[in-house]
Design a protein around this ligand. Structure first.
Ligand code: ADP
Ligand code: ZN
Length: 292
């Protein structure tokens, strides 16, 4: 069966064709311009492939409430031409196939939980630290939605006493994204994050913030594993620093076999950057099952 996958991002739209077992057959990337320019290209690709269902993992915030009139809309994004755009409706009208829809980070969480390192676990969390910070929560076989979807990139953290940077989030001074996203690092040091690899203090402070967030997520969701992806996590030295800081903050409080083995608890993605696309394929599978 031919299934389409769309990883809709703020800079590029990755479109792929695969099947219901997670085999990826073909993939293209289309720059994200305006909906008027970009959507027809996406639609043409899926039409030509004659896909029977599609899964979409979309940058957000998005409306995921099936009872809402705006279900499937991109809502308050800073990308103005996409604000309040009915991306799901647009695809449905043109392609007329079942379409599963979720956030980009939820798609990645689902990809890992279906085909990757968190397969078979009761609770797993996927965090992306890049242009923004996104968190996808997979609980007992389902992605967590509720009234919206978790906005756990905006949890408040305790600022390091020597950190005078005001934060990059327009809404909060001390949120995770505002203190630790790629752009936050860039603004704090006046240099882009990928040029700071050799600067140890940058990654120590970054680990200090990430570990606090992970500690909070661990206390709230009791995950069996936490996966950390996104551009900033290309700095591999972060993983051991985060584990070390996490252990300090935990201070022995939760004492499970998982927390005693942080190398297998706080981990990197396992699917060679295909976790998002594979998650989209699974979103399509799940939508088809729902419609049966
Ligand atoms: P996006 O979040 O836009 O989907 P990414 O996850 O690749 O995409 O995140 C891009 C951000 O990650 C950039 O703001 C940049 O600061 C940061 N980044 C990208 N590559 C690196 C790197 N090698 N080291 C540190 N930061 C990086
Ligand atoms: Zn914020």
């Amino acid at each position: 069966m031919k299934i389409g996958a769309l990883e809709a991002g703020g800079t590029k739209m990755v479109c792929a064709i695969g099947d219901e077992n997670g085999n990826i057959i073909e993939r293209i990337s289309i720059p994200t311009e305006t909906p008027e320019i970009t959507m027809p290209k996406i639609i043409e690709f899926f039409k030509a492939a004659k896909v029977e269902a599609i899964g979409v993992g979309c940058f957000g915030p998005v409306d995921l409430n099936r009872a809402s009139a705006q279900y499937g809309y991109i809502t308050s994004t800073p990308k103005l031409s996409w604000r309040n755009f009915d991306i799901l409706g647009n695809l449905k009208r043109e392609l007329n196939v079942p379409i599963g829809f979720d956030t980009d980070v939820n798609a990645s969480a689902l990809g890992e939980a279906t085909y990757g390192i968190t397969k078979g676990l009761d609770v797993s969390i996927y965090i992306t630290i890049g242009t923004g910070v996104g968190v996808g929560v997979f609980i007992n076989g389902q992605l967590l939605h509720g009234m919206l979807h978790p906005e756990a990139g905006h949890i408040l953290l305790e600022r390091h006493k020597e950190d005078t940077f005001g934060g990059s989030c327009p809404y909060h001074q001390n949120c995770f994204e505002g203190l630790a996203s790629g752009p936050a690092i860039g603004k704090r040091y006046g240099k882009s994050a990928n040029e700071l690899s050799d600067c140890d203090e940058v990654w120590k402070l970054e680990a200090y913030y990430i570990a606090q967030a992970l500690y909070n997520y661990t206390c709230m969701f009791s995950p069996n594993k936490i996966v950390l992806g996104g551009g900033v996590m290309h700095q591999k030295q972060l993983y051991p620093l985060i584990r070390e800081e996490f252990k300090k903050i935990m201070n022995g409080y939760i004492d499970t076999k998982e927390v005693r083995d942080l190398e297998n608890f706080i981990i990197a993605p396992s699917l060679n950057d295909n976790q998002g696309i594979l998650g989209c394929l699974e979103l399509a599978n799940r939508e088809m099952r729902l419609l049966l």
